[in-house]
Design a protein around this ligand. Sequence first.
Ligand code: ADP
Ligand code: MG
Length: 343
Amino acid sequence: MSISPEFALIHRHFAGCAPPNFLALGIGDDAALLPWPVADAQRRGNPPPAGQKAALAITTDTLVAGVHFFADGDPAALGWKALAVNLSDLAAMGARPVAFLLALTIPKADEQWLRPFVEGLAQCARAYEVALVGGDTTRGPLAITITALGEVPWGEAVRRSGAQVGDDLWVSGQPGRAGLGLAIRKGQLADSLCGAAEWLAALDRPIPRVALGLALRTVAHAMLDLSDGLTQDACHLVEERPELAVVLKEEWLPLAPLLDGGAPLALARTALLAGGDDYELLFTAPATARAAVLTASKTSATPVHRIGSIEPRSEGEPLMLKTTAGAMTPLTPRGWDPFREES
Ligand code: ADP
Ligand code: MG
């Protein structure tokens, strides 16, 4: 399988900068895992001692004006989103968010912008009970970097690589909404459609699926959050597992709610399969755990859809679509990659 340009760059330059064993999990997942507390022996590269109780989950994400958001957009929504996308990565590990740091680069000290920005940020922090504990403020082109910290019982974090043959593939909520919201912002779709308000809200104020992630911790085999597009992100589940393929079942994909909102079929399908910024959880679990998944959905008040399965890979294809007619066809992963050359 060809690795995406972004991941190729990361692996070429940044992998290998940590001593082996120091981290429970380094580069490659939604968050890194650090044994916590760190014993002296671990600092020297020894494995975590038996009886380790917890891991610290750490993740960071940057939003750049003109790349990830419109510079003239609502600052309150931006404050919410900058934190929410980081909490989503913690949720994808089954970690409980604890605190975060904010590195803010702003062109000028503009009170009119800063006040609502911090309001939106604080609203998200309150909703998920996380504290701002540090950061950095500097002058330059508008960009926001948040580093979020969470905790997870040792050995219970849900990794991207844990899928097993025969697992069900599930997704939370409604992927595709943010992609349609973006289409509205770009003037490709009318803002008078009945789904428009919901799609714009999904784009502007994504809901990190923290409660669902926690509830799935002992249920899911593998999990990640959707940030770059369903088909592209789904491939991460089998990146380290060349013997496995992700199979999406066409008739199970939650396309109807997007069509009901007024989206044209082609656009709805593209948003669902390749639209970024969803921040839904994509996870696998054994068929025997279906009732447990539905319980997790209920206790976290988060809808889930079963959309496919994990199967043995054939002919090198990491991603397949089982069509409504029953045919199996390879599916080209599509989504957002900052380093892909557009043709
Ligand atoms: P996500 O979309 O879940 O935030 P990314 O696709 O941004 O994850 O990153 C993939 C993996 O590569 C993550 O584990 C991340 O920590 C790691 N990574 C990305 N950029 C760097 C970097 N500059 N140095 C080290 N690790 C990086
Ligand atoms: Mg992620």
